[in-house]
Design a protein around this ligand. Structure first.
Ligand code: PLP
Length: 360
């Protein structure tokens, strides 16, 4: 198997893959394939309940949050959030436009009500994130929205932003459960599952109960968080397989990794390994993000020209490293280091990059 450094679907832990393989054949407790188990079975209700419990434990999430498993990806959340919180607002919601994905969130919200882009990285071509002094937050904004980790540009906030009196809403799609995140400081967190926590199809939403009291009447049922909270994330047919895999990943995080602080240490070492190597060869590799804002999930860098980039990608592919081409919007190289990718795999990539830097 190639080592998976893709920025899209992330590598899953080996022990999870083995359990998935078994479950596709047969979930022993049920005697059926996971692909044929009803979402109305007691077994699946227990899967949802355990997954919810595990997320609460991993994040030390207070009891007044709902843990919802929704469909429609993070993209659906770009609209569901303003449908909930921007309806009838007189003050603009504040958005940070720090890269490709936050830009999509801004554009979706603008269709629902007043939006103020508090800071945009466009002039700086998305190579850095704002400092606190550049962010004049308004205490009367209906909410603040930002993306904790810009997957395409490889920029990650290493602090919580905003004012405590304004609800924080955060797209954590590409760094959810990669480290502790102070979840209790956010009013709503969403993360699709394709990166750190499982296959596409399910999106995890953590939302403070008090926020749902602000929901306008007349929302389509499916786009109203209250529907899914009341139905325990089983309103219509949910993605049973994807949810089961996310459960296995949370068990792995709890029982094999030993929690999010430990996961964060491992992820930190993985990222440091690559950034050190990049910085050691400034004539060959150039990290794209400002050093203070470097992502621990997506290491984005450039080579001197297109020919060198193509040579790098071809040799990497031949050496068994997959998914290293940068996002189509940006080009260059992106090494994504999601939870399931081991430190050993990253060390092997670093060795390859060292050899490439020396011999081309
Ligand atoms: N937000 C971030 C940070 C992402 O990385 C992605 C996809 O990679 C999305 C949103 C969009 O997610 P989806 O394709 O599940 O709608």
């Amino acid at each position: 198997n190639s080592l998976n450094f893709s920025g899209g679907p992330g590598a899953l832990p080996e022990s999870v893959l083995q359990q998935v393989q078994q479950a596709v054949r047969e979930v022993p407790e049920v005697g059926l394939s996971i692909l044929g188990i009803s979402h109305r079975s007691d077994w699946f209700a227990a899967v949802i309940a355990e997954l919810e419990r595990n997320v609460r434990t991993l994040l030390a999430l207070p009891d007044d949050y709902h843990v919802l498993l929704l469909q429609g990806g993070a993209t659906q959340q770009f609209s569901m959030v303003p449908m909930l919180l921007l309806h009838g607002a007189t003050q603009p919601a504040e958005y940070l436009h720090t890269g490709y994905w936050s830009g999509k969130a801004v554009r979706a919200a603008q269709g629902h009500g007043p939006v103020r882009v508090l800071w945009s990285g466009e002039a700086a071509q998305w190579w850095r994130l704002p400092r606190d002094a550049e962010l004049p937050f308004s205490p009367t904004a209906p909410y603040l929205h930002y993306v904790s980790n810009e997957t395409v540009e490889g920029l990650q906030f290493h602090r919580v932003l905003g004012l405590d009196e304004v609800p924080r809403v955060c797209d954590m799609s590409s760094d959810f459960l990669s480290a502790p995140c102070a979840a209790e400081r956010f009013a709503l967190i969403y993360a699709h599952a394709q990166k750190n926590i499982g296959p596409a199809g399910v999106t995890v939403v953590l939302v403070r109960d008090a926020l749902l009291a602000r929901a306008p009447e007349g929302l389509p049922d499916f786009l109203d968080y209250r529907t899914h909270a009341a139905a325990h994330s089983n309103f219509n047919t949910p993605p049973v397989f994807a949810i089961y895999v996310v459960l296995l990943v949370t068990r792995w995080l709890l029982h094999e990794v030993g929690g999010l602080a430990r996961m964060a240490e491992i992820n930190q070492r993985k990222a440091q390994t690559l950034y050190d190597l990049i910085d050691a060869h400034p004539g060959v590799y150039r990290g794209r993000a400002a050093v203070a804002d470097r992502s621990r999930m997506n290491v984005v860098f450039e080579l001197p020209d297109a020919a060198a980039t193509q040579r790098f990608l071809a040799q990497a592919q031949a050496a068994g490293f997959s998914g290293l081409a940068g996002h189509r919007a940006l080009g260059g190289i992106r090494a994504s280091l999601y939870n399931g990718l081991t430190l050993e795999a990253v060390q092997r990539l670093a060795q390859f990059m060292e050899d490439f830097a020396r011999h081309g």
